[in-house]
Write a protein that binds this ligand. Structure first.
Ligand SMILES: Cc1cc2nc3c(=O)[nH]c(=O)nc-3n(C[C@H](O)[C@H](O)[C@H](O)COP(=O)(O)O)c2cc1C
Length: 295
């Protein structure tokens, strides 16, 4: 199906996009107005855009319902500073509570039950409970329009970052498994990042991968190997060659057992290679596949 965005309502666009562009990290922004009233609100239209200068952007959009603007936007236009508190699983229900549309005079720290902690370089307070807080100055607010739903980009430069030591690993860096980040998806869906759903993909380095197009045809068109398998095989730097020292009992059995049926043999070899690739054993998988190509 194709959705023509010139023909659907703003609410529909928002729903389709929110489900598709997900998960989104949550910026829990603490801001302050000229009179010193503090505001605390979550924004998932948020991300990191630059390391030098260190820039993050979040977007308190104009309300679709009545085209009014959010207190957070009004505050950063008055006092161009904020603290971005990073939301983890332990904070998610209180964070959601703070997103209720309380009147401007209401302090969401109090309503949601969070503790204020003085920031070191900016006026808005930090959320003590957050494991990471970014003190920021606002460089620019870029409006994307004046209709309901129009994003208002708050371009914030990070001045300093507070990191709770409980989330550090032995190397003194953030251990992604200890932070328990949460992120927002479409509708009421959130996700929680923990060890059960994290996985690693090796960074391709400066050396180029050979590419899927360089894989032997029988491998590239395999009905067994998936796109992920082909991606792993195509990420080697040179097309591997058969290693005469490579010895494997299951390989020997497949070759012996299926010697009268090359098609069946290829299928079995691809099934075995897929298992090895799933276990991250790329060079072993290549040896199995090359054995099949050379029979
Ligand atoms: C997890 C979460 C993410 C949200 N993300 C956004 C967002 O990116 N942009 C937005 O305009 N509103 C977003 N909202 C809604 C605002 O938090 C909500 O409108 C809030 O009341 C604004 O408060 P304020 O008027 O005090 O600034 C989000 C709400 C939640 C719970």
């Amino acid at each position: 199906m194709v959705l023509d965005f010139t023909k659907i309502s703003t609410t529909e666009k928002q729903q389709w996009l929110n489900h598709a562009i997900a998960p989104r990290p949550i910026c829990f922004a603490s801001t302050i107005d000229k009179e010193g009233h503090v505001n605390l609100s979550p924004f998932s239209f948020f991300n990191l855009f630059s390391s030098q200068p260190p820039i993050v952007i979040f977007s308190p959009a104009r309300r679709v319902r009545d085209n009014t603007t959010k207190h957070t936007l009004q505050n950063v236009l008055e006092v161009p500073e904020c603290v971005i508190n990073i939301v983890d699983y332990a904070m998610v229900q209180q964070t959601s509570l703070s997103s209720c549309e309380f009147p401007k005079s209401v302090d969401e720290f109090i309503k949601a039950g969070f503790t204020k902690e003085a920031a070191t370089m900016v006026k808005p307070p930090m959320v003590k409970e957050a494991k990471i807080k970014l003190e920021c100055k606002i460089n620019e607010v870029k409006s994307l329009g004046d209709e309901g739903g129009a994003g208002q980009l708050v371009i914030a430069e990070v001045l300093c970052m507070h990191v709770d030591e409980s989330i550090l690993g032995d190397d003194g860096k953030i251990d992604q498994r200890k932070l328990h980040l949460v992120a927002r998806l479409g509708g009421d869906w959130y996700c929680k990042v923990d060890e059960t759903n994290l996985f690693k993909v090796n960074k391709p380095n400066t050396q180029l991968g050979i590419g899927v197009d360089a894989l032997p045809e029988g491998i590239r068109n395999s009905p067994i190997l998936t796109g992920n398998h082909l991606g792993l095989l195509g990420n080697v730097h040179d097309v591997p060659v058969i290693n005469p020292a490579f010895s494997d009992d299951r390989l020997k059995n497949i070759i012996q057992y299926y010697s009268i049926s090359p098609t069946e043999m290829e299928k079995e070899l691809h099934v075995y290679a897929a298992e090895l690739l799933n276990a991250g054993k790329v060079s072993e998988a290549w040896q199995i596949l090359l054995s099949g190509e050379n029979i």
